[in-house]
Design a binder for this molecule. Structure first.
Ligand code: ATP
Length: 402
């Protein structure tokens, strides 16, 4: 991990955020190379989930989210991690991750002689911000902790504007925010990150086979991004550990430099979400346990074209973190060429930050430099992605491309 972190900084992939003022824990910026890699990974996801299919629509919704949305989604009540305080040094830790935690005074927490911790208490991970000019607590929004909820509350807008019927999906890529108690392992667990989420709506009863379908699809997609299938493990989340909305969840685990951890989760969210946000809940046979909703203005149901009955679709959700994806891809690509004493990144061509470099023979020869610039423009017009002219040296003209 240390080698990767150092390469990322040296080569302009990833920098600690707010660096010149000492940085901020759990926040990272993507530099000139990193921004291209990240864009390419997101484009590959969008291509496979939206463009290459005929049953998925896209969405780009707001980050600021009404507390009412996150009340009915269950986040206000349950989106928390167990927190403990050290009575000696006042540091805070996740009670379920004490094994991996470091004492701020040095060394592993388990070896800390004065380990004297409070009882665990729930700590809500959502960030709040004031809305409007008066910060008196009366009007606030949350920074969304996942992109999914805005997909559910836009369900009727999208169905009405596209005439979709299940099975169909809505995809979104965007920022999510979690006030993680102990952000760590570089960009693996951060407080601001991006998610690539698909909510796939299906008829109740067909949910289990669609769940299996999406698990297979997503495993294959990670392999297409250059992630070694031998380092991917599928883990079925135990019943006792399932989120409140889930009937079953499979986590795609990846062998990160710091250990085997979740790269993507694929959950069967049942009719919990649409059922929770729907008005007139009693009109439908909602299977999930939902909060009585007195605020929603809209029924989030679909009419079955065959028997004309209205029903609330079940949802299968593949949800992947972009930062964790970038970390996995970089970890796979990192190669040390011992013979030539070089470190290389063997990235899949479609993920490579630069698609081509045009390098003129002599930087002082204006004809050659003009030709190089023209070649660059021509290549650029193919829509390849980033193409560069590199004329800092006198090393010979060539065009290198995939
Ligand atoms: P974990 O158990 O690791 O905290 P999670 O189960 O809470 O993750 P989900 O809510 O399923 O995660 O979110 C979907 C995806 O978003 C995860 O698989 C992961 O790739 C990404 N993700 C979640 N939390 C973070 C984070 N703090 N930093 C970076 N990526 C994250």
């Amino acid at each position: 991990m240390e080698d990767l972190v150092s390469l990322c900084k040296r080569r302009g992939f990833i920098f600690p955020s707010n660096d010149i003022y000492g940085g901020m824990k759990g926040l990272y910026d993507f530099g000139p190379m990193g921004v291209e890699l990240k864009l390419n990974l997101k484009s590959a996801w969008w291509k496979s989930i939206v463009y290459e299919r005929d049953d998925v629509e896209g969405l780009d919704s707001t980050i600021l989210t009404s507390p009412t949305v996150l009340k009915y989604s269950g986040h206000e009540d349950t989106f928390s991690d167990p927190l403990v305080d050290c009575k000696v040094c006042k540091a805070r830790f996740r009670a379920d991750q004490l094994e991996q935690s470091e004492c701020p005074r040095g060394g592993s927490l388990n070896n800390c002689k004065s380990k004297d911790l409070t009882d665990p208490r729930p700590f809500n991970l959502m960030f709040k911000t004031a809305i409007g000019p008066v910060d008196d607590g009366s009007s606030f929004a949350y920074l969304r902790p996942e992109t999914a909820q805005q997909i559910f509350v836009n369900f009727k807008n999208i169905v009405d504007s596209t005439s979709r019927v299940p099975p169909f999906g809505i995809a979104q890529i965007g920022k999510a925010f979690r006030n993680e108690i102990t952000p760590r392992n570089f960009i693996f667990r951060v407080r601001e990150f991006e998610q690539m989420e698909l909510e796939y709506f299906v008829k109740p009863g067909s949910d289990e086979s669609w769940h299996k379908y999406w698990v297979d699809k997503r495993l294959n997609w990670w392999a297409d991004q250059g992630v070694n299938s031998d380092k991917l493990k599928l883990l079925e989340v135990e019943k006792k550990d399932l989120s409140h909305y889930s009937k079953a969840t499979f986590d795609i685990m990846y062998d990160f430099p710091h250990g085997l951890e979740e790269l993507e989760g694929i959950a069967n969210r049942t009719d919990f979400d649409l059922g929770s946000h729907s008005k007139n809940q009693k009109d439908f046979n909602i299977k999930a346990k939902v909060k009585d909703n007195k605020n929603s203005t809209t029924k989030l149901a679909i009419q079955d074209l065959e028997n004309k009955e209205w029903f609330i679709p079940f949802v299968i959700e593949p949800s992947a973190g972009v930062e964790r994806g970038v970390l996995a891809v970089l970890n796979e690509a990192y190669t040390v060429d011992e013979a030539n004493k070089r470190t290389l990144l063997k990235l899949k061509p479609h993920l490579s930050p630069f698609k081509a470099a045009v390098i003129p023979l002599k930087r002082n020869n204006s004809d050659l430099v003009n030709t190089a610039n023209n070649v660059k423009s021509e290549l650029q017009s193919l829509g390849l992605g980033r193409v560069m002219v590199e004329n800092t040296g006198n090393i010979g003209t060539f065009v290198c491309y995939y």
